[in-house]
Design a protein around this ligand. Structure first.
Ligand code: NAD
Length: 351
């Protein structure tokens, strides 16, 4: 099975190399038969080929059984007409990767607020306010005059229903609780539709508790006691913001694994950005992408009924958890002594 690897911008190549070192070890030990097809995208591809996501790389993504996507520096990308395509948004829409699944877990004991964190955020990621992907044609924001800008928020019953089902399916295997996060007190119609669909799906899961929270209160409740939450389902922007908050509370954004998944494809992606401020300094923490790659293996295990993939994913997570126990074997962002390369070697040796 050939996995498409796109290292991306900034620290992307460093954390991708570190992740592949760990995956190579798991691949050999669990006889997974994985191969890597590495392609260039991002600012390097823009310079050489005029596009951050050349057509042949998009085609390779369509065919790949799984993708590992490094972070991209899309703040620096030019407009689409000038070759700047955000691969995340493009993959989400074109490959129907509607479910952004973002666990937050306190892996170094309790989280930053002194309470344990072990929750998963399910973020619908193909619509909402995200103008680069929420329209069939054109963009979901425009400027009628030079002093007025309008952004359109798209919410469909189908996508609310699909993301809710993913959250409830996961909740069944976890602590059987789903919290739906919304702003229906203000966005009566659009978040009213979201809640209608979540409640409808909940009827098919009588063994799972459904809880509902308004997003501003949720931001505070996560800090007050994150241990009260198990699976959290929400829309694109609320999920984007709350997942960074939850990961940081769990210990660090650098520990946040993430996949975007659909019915037929899955892409591992670090939750954080391309961190250009520490690029090329051997300072980046690759844990987020390593955990994301582990989540991709879990997804492949379920889809292809290959138990050894799940075993490999568990071994990667366990090796990371062991490394994080001591400051001597953590990266600098977590107060540790190891650089990216040495940390990767340590985790790989622990598999
Ligand atoms: P960022 O997440 O890249 O960095 C925020 C801070 O966290 C920086 O100080 C950085 O050094 C640090 N940091 C991030 N990841 C780290 C890691 N693995 N190890 C150690 N420290 C880490 O956010 P930003 O600086 O606001 O954004 C930079 C670029 O990334 C922008 O172009 C933004 O659009 C893009 N971005 C991409 C993605 C993605 O590709 N999925 C996600 C978010 C932001």
């Amino acid at each position: 099975m050939k996995i498409l690897v796109l290292p991306g911008d900034g620290i992307g190549p460093e954390i991708t190399e570190a992740t592949l070192e760990v995956l190579d070890r798991a691949n050999a030990k669990y006889k997974l038969g994985l191969e890597w097809q590495t392609e260039e995208m991002g600012l390097g591809a823009l310079k050489k080929r005029g596009s951050t996501l050349p057509d042949d790389v998009m085609e390779a993504a369509r065919k790949a059984p799984g993708i590992i996507l490094g972070p991209v520096d899309h703040l620096q990308y030019p407009s689409r007409e000038k070759g700047g395509i955000n691969p995340s948004g493009e993959f989400r829409v074109k490959l129907d990767l509607f479910a952004n699944i973002r666990p937050a877990k306190s892996r170094m004991g309790v989280g930053l607020t002194g309470k344990p964190v072990d929750l998963v955020i399910f973020r619908e990621c193909t619509e909402g306010f995200y103008a680069d992907r929420n329209m069939f044609m054109g963009r979901g924001e425009f400027m009628p005059t030079e002093d007025m800008a309008i952004a359109v928020r798209k919410v469909t019953a189908r996508q609310c229903n699909r993301i809710s089902r993913v959250a409830f399916d996961w909740a069944r295997k976890r602590r059987k609780k789903v919290t739906a996060v919304h702003k229906a007190n203000v966005l009566h119609i659009s978040d009213g539709l979201f809640l209608r669909e979540v409640r409808q799906v909940a009827k098919d899961y009588p063994d799972v508790e459904l809880d509902e929270k308004i997003v501003d209160a949720m931001a505070a409740l996560l800090v007050r006691d994150p241990s009260k939450f198990d699976c959290i389902v929400t829309g694109n922007m609320f999920g984007d913001i709350l997942s960074d908050e939850a990961s940081e509370i769990s210990g660090s954004l650098g520990l946040a694994g993430s996949v975007m998944a659909g019915d037929d494809a899955c892409c591992a992606q670090a939750q954080h950005g391309s961190a250009p401020d520490i690029q090329g300094q051997d300072k980046a923490n690759p844990t987020s992408l390593m955990l994301s790659a582990g989540m991709l293996l879990e997804w492949l295990a379920e889809r292809h009924k290959r138990d050894e993939f799940a075993q490999a994913a568990q071994a990667i997570e366990a090796a990371i958890d062991r490394a994080l126990q001591s400051a001597d074997t953590r990266t600098g962002d977590l107060g540790g002594k190891l650089g990216t390369k040495a940390y990767a070697k340590h985790v790989a040796n622990g598999i």
